[in-house]
Design a protein around this ligand. Structure first.
Ligand SMILES: [Zn+2]
Length: 285
C-alpha cells in the first residue's frame, strides 16, 4: 500500500492545482522521525528545483512524477505510507516536505506526508529521467499490459502466479491487495505456477487486471482499516467496500455463496482466495 490505483488517485487529485505552476520553494517540514531517502541530498534538490515550472504531473508504476521545464523530474515513491496532499494532513507531525507554489489558487502548497518514512524523493537530470522512463527499468506498467504481454511474462516463470504479480520488474503497479482481487476475478488459484496457465486463463487475467485497477481508480483507491491511505484532499477511498476476497478470511465468498474465503501465506504475504471459484490446477495438486 499504496498501489497503482492509490498513486493514480493522488496524481489525478494534485494535477489540476500543480501543473503549470512554479515551485517558489521546497522546504523540509520539522519532523522528529527518521528522514526520507533523498537522491541527491535534499539541499541540492531544493536548490535545483527553486523557481522551476512544473510542466506535468504523471504516474509511473507506483510513483508520482513532477516533470519540470528544465527536463528534470522529481520522482516520488510513497512506498508504505506516503501521501501527496493539497490540504489537511492526517496529522501534522508526519508532514515531510512542502512545495510552495507560485501564484494564488485554491491550494498553494503541495505536501508529502509519510508516517513510516520509507518514501523516497529523487531528482533526475533530463538524461537520467529519459533513461528511467524508456528503458523499462521501472517495469511495464500494469495498465499497459495486454494479453500478449501477460502470455510472455507467464511463460517465462515457474513461480506461483500471485508471487509473479507482485514482482515489479515483471509488471509494475500491482501490490498485495489487488493481486488477490485480480486472481479471484480471473478464477485462477494463487498457487498455480505462471507457466501452466492456459491461454483462456491468461486472457481472463489480462481482463481482470484492467477491470480491477480501473474500478479501484474510479472509487479513488482502497482505505484499509489502518486508515492510512487518503486522497489528495485527505478523504478516504471507496474501493475497500467492493473487495470480494481481500481481508475477508472466513466470510462466505460473495461470488459463489458456497465456500469461505481462505487465507494462505505466499512470500511472507497474505493471499485471500476462494477454493471453489479458484480451482487448483491439476499439475500442482
Ligand atoms: Zn467462491
Amino acid at each position: 500500500m499504496p498501489e497503482l490505483p492509490e498513486v493514480e488517485t493522488m496524481v489525478r487529485g494534485i494535477r489540476p492545482f500543480v501543473e503549470g505552476r512554479r515551485i517558489r520553494e521546497l522546504v523540509e517540514c520539522p519532523c522528529p522521525c527518521r528522514p526520507l531517502t533523498y537522491r541527491p541530498g535534499l539541499e541540492e534538490i531544493a536548490q535545483r528545483v527553486r523557481g522551476q515550472l512544473i510542466t506535468s504531473v504523471r504516474r509511473r508504476a507506483k510513483r508520482g512524477i513532477l516533470e519540470l521545464e528544465s527536463g528534470e523530474a522529481i520522482v516520488i515513491e510513497p512506498r508504505m505510507t506516503g501521501l501527496l496532499l493539497l490540504t489537511d494532513a492526517p496529522d501534522p507531525g508526519h508532514l515531510r516536505l512542502e512545495w510552495k507554489l507560485s501564484g494564488r489558487k485554491q491550494y498553494n502548497s503541495l505536501w508529502f506526508w509519510d508516517r513510516r518514512g520509507l518514501g523516497t524523493v529523487n531528482l533526475y537530470d533530463p538524461d537520467a529521467y529519459q533513461a528511467l522512463i524508456t528503458t523499462g527499468r521501472l517495469g511495464r506498467d500494469a495498465l499497459e499490459m495486454e494479453a500478449a504481454h501477460w502470455l510472455e511474462v507467464c511463460r517465462q516463470s515457474k513461480r506461483a502466479i500471485k508471487v509473479l504479480l507482485l514482482d515489479q520488474k515483471a509488471v509494475a503497479g500491482i501490490g498485495n491487495l489487488y493481486a488477490s482481487e485480480i486472481l479471484h476475478r480471473s478464477r485462477i488459484h494463487p498457487l498455480a505456477p505462471a507457466n501452466v496457465l492456459t491461454k483462456p486463463q491468461i486472457a481472463r487475467l489480462a481482463e481482470a487486471v484492467n477491470h480491477i485497477l480501473h474500478e479501484a481508480i474510479r472509487y479513488e483507491g482502497s482505505t484499509l482499516s489502518d486508515g492510512t491511505y487518503r486522497n489528495a484532499l485527505n478523504k478516504s477511498g471507496g474501493y475497500q467496500n467492493a473487495h470480494l476476497v481481500y481481508d475477508r478470511e472466513g466470510q462466505v465468498c460473495q461470488s459463489c455463496q458456497g465456500s469461505e474465503v481462505q487465507r494462505i501465506i505466499q512470500a511472507q504475504r497474505s493471499t485471500f482466495f476462494c477454493v471453489k471459484c479458484q480451482k487448483k490446477p491439476k499439475a500442482s495438486s
